[in-house]
Design a protein around this ligand. Structure first.
Ligand SMILES: *Cc1c(COP(=O)(O)O)cnc(C)c1O
Length: 407
């Protein structure tokens, strides 16, 4: 063995620091470790009223919620399938790969798609949305699709400003918001913000394995669905799920038994123990620590840059960073094999066949993440930058701890 050989420090509990699936709390895992429960009577069916109440609380709404056994893509399709028929016009606002994905799905469903693309490093511009809606005098645009946090670019869009733009144009379009990355992590108030459909899934801020998704639906959106032309997919149709009389109707068939047990535990933690607003504050503080470390790494001719320059447009749940390619891939490989921390790939920032793809990575600080996990991940990145001789400024950990302590 050469004298400079350093064995891996990767043994120990691994930390999956990618933006979904996020870390699953042991309590959620333990709750799922159960014999198959009865789906016809008893505790599981009786769980539904409180579960729905807590799901409404998670989106800050008093309106309706529909559950699907699917990932986030399923919820995207469910939202579109309920309100749009082929030929209906939809305006999609794209600020990263996930906005593109939802728009592509709409097009595949035969929707007449109009897109405003704001690039991969900036939030949407409400003024452009207002101008576009004003240029639709016949009010043909049925819905506006927006991503609250685009998990690829890690931009956070200002949804109240978007609502204000739609109102300023006097346009009746429904506002649909993909909150898959943000729900449970960042401030999101469906009713107060005038959102018509919120889309989310179980495996990010809701800390439960992938497999459940949710639509929160306004009265206005329900009315729009009822006036939609043409046949409506019976499986995605939200009406029987929202107005369920029998347990199976919530799910369009057999219940996702163990996911419900896990979700129950996760909502206990988020809504009843920590509290939603406290969780928002925790995420904001952890995010500021990550940004402070990133700024330090980028100083003194350091290579590292945050993808989103505007502080007020950065996600509190996940942060995309840039290095000179291929250093981001080298860093990810080092942190995973040498230190047990798996960082996220740079999704949608460059084509995977383009060498530039290896210049991006993401650090998630989403869901079941506390200070020691965030500081641990930052410490591991700092160590990796040194081990790989990637140019970086000093003092990142000190900057992160200072940021954690500031109000
Ligand atoms: C993760 C994510 C999706 C896709 O969810 P899947 O569960 O992978 O289908 C869509 N939008 C956003 C903003 C996401 O973070």
């Amino acid at each position: 063995m050469p004298s400079d050989f350093l064995p891996s420090l990767g043994q120990g509990r691994p930390y999956l620091a990618i933006p979904g699936p996020s870390v699953v709390p042991d309590r959620v895992l333990n709750a799922m470790h159960s014999p198959a429960p009865n789906i016809y009577e008893g505790a599981l069916p009786q769980m539904m009223p409180d579960l729905l109440r807590d799901l409404r609380a998670a989106a800050c709404t008093r309106q309706h919620v529909a559950i699907y056994i699917s990932n986030g893509h399923g919820a995207w399709e469910a939202a579109l399938a309920n309100i749009c028929a082929p030929g209906d016009r939809v305006l999609s606002l794209v600020t990263g790969r996930f906005g593109t994905g939802w728009a592509e799905m709409a097009r595949a469903l035969g929707v007449n798609l109009q897109t405003l693309d704001f690039g991969r490093s900036a939030p949407l511009d409400p003024q452009q949305v207002e101008d576009t809606l004003r240029a639709d005098p016949e009010r043909k645009i049925r819905a506006v699709l927006a991503t609250h946090v685009d998990t690829a670019s890690t931009v956070r869009n200002d949804i109240p400003a978007l609502r204000a733009a739609i109102d300023a144009a006097g346009h009746p379009a429904l506002l649909l918001v993909d909150a898959i990355a943000s729900l449970g992590c960042e401030e999101l108030r469906m009713d107060a913000w005038g959102v018509d459909i919120v889309v989310a899934a179980s495996q990010k801020g809701l800390m439960t394995p992938p497999g459940l998704s949710f639509l929160w639906v306004s009265d206005k959106a329900r009315t729009a669905a009822d006036t939609r032309s043409g046949p409506r997919s019976p499986y995605w149709n939200w009406t029987p799920r929202i107005d369920a009389q029998a347990f199976y109707q919530y799910f369009g068939g057999t219940a996702p038994t163990h996911h419900l047990l896990g979700l129950r535990a996760a909502l206990d933690m988020l809504i009843h123990e920590e509290g939603l607003e406290t969780a928002w504050i925790r995420h904001a503080r952890l995010a500021r620590a990550v940004w402070a470390a990133a700024d330090a790494w980028g100083a003194d001719n350091g290579d590292l840059r945050l993808n989103i320059a505007r502080r007020d447009a950065r996600s509190h749940a996940v942060t995309s960073m840039r290095l000179t390619a291929p250093d981001a891939t080298r860093l990810r490989q080092w942190t995973e094999t040498q230190a047990g921390v798996t960082l996220g790939i740079g999704l949608g920032m460059a084509d995977p066949t383009d060498p530039a793809w290896h210049g991006y990575f993401r650090l998630a600080h989403m869901g079941h993440v506390n200070a020691h996990m965030a500081l641990g991940a930052l410490g591991v990145i700092d160590t990796g930058l040194k081990a790989l001789s990637i140019p970086h400024g000093p003092g990142a950990l000190d900057a992160a701890t200072q940021a954690l302590l500031s109000p």
